[in-house]
Design a protein around this ligand. Structure first.
Ligand SMILES: Cc1cc2nc3c(=O)[nH]c(=O)nc-3n(C[C@H](O)[C@H](O)[C@H](O)COP(=O)(O)O)c2cc1C
Length: 175
């Protein structure tokens, strides 16, 4: 099946670029999680830190089609302080009843994906279909493209098999 929806949150634009690339590679639709109170500058960064430290759920709004109509969702989110970015936490918590099987892409400087994957699993109530992580460097220099292509292909294969709910880490660089 090819009917996946890519849902991203991005503070500084990197996760947006990943979502756009995945959608262009797979011809999937894209949707965005936005904050009702946008963050900027030093205060915004401090809020990121506190959101992660306290696992806060900032208020968000969702722009996109209902995930219910799709076979799978791909959640693309930055890592903050070794944890899932707060706005994606809020989105999953609010919409978990509407989510089909989810794959997760963690976008980060270097480390922190395992805690984010564990939190997504707790929030949804089951392990993601697949997960991977991408470093900012690989996104900036374009070298993430092959890894992302393989990830999309794996999601299609997972959807096509009956064994759709299985925890897996695709990339050798995933942490
Ligand atoms: C407050 C804050 C905390 C961060 N903490 C981590 C971290 O713990 N590990 C990491 O690898 N990257 C960390 N980063 C880097 C982001 O994950 C990285 O810049 C990511 O590409 C941002 O995605 P975005 O541009 O879509 O917002 C942090 C960034 C911010 C702003």
């Amino acid at each position: 099946m090819s009917n996946a929806l890519v849902i991203f949150y991005s503070y500084t634009g990197t996760s947006r670029r990943v979502a756009e690339l995945l959608c262009s590679q797979q011809n999937w639709r894209m949707a965005e999680v936005l904050e009702t109170r946008p963050r900027r500058g030093a205060t915004g960064t401090l809020r990121c830190v506190l959101d992660s430290a306290l696992r806060r759920r900032p208020r968000v709004r969702y722009e996109g089609p209902s995930p219910k109509g799709f076979d799978a969702v791909v959640l693309v989110s930055p890592i903050w302080m070794q944890r899932l970015a707060g706005p994606m936490r809020s989105f999953i918590a609010e919409r978990r009843a509407d989510l089909p099987p989810a794959a997760v892409v963690s976008v980060m400087g270097g480390t922190g994906a395992p805690d984010a994957i564990a939190e997504v699993s707790r929030l949804i109530g089951r392990a993601p279909l697949l997960s991977t992580s991408l470093s900012m460097r690989s996104i900036d220099d374009g070298s993430c493209a092959a890894q992302l292509q393989a990830f999309g292909t794996a999601i299609r294969s997972a959807e096509e098999s009956s064994d759709v709910v299985r925890p897996a880490v695709l990339s050798p660089s995933a942490t």
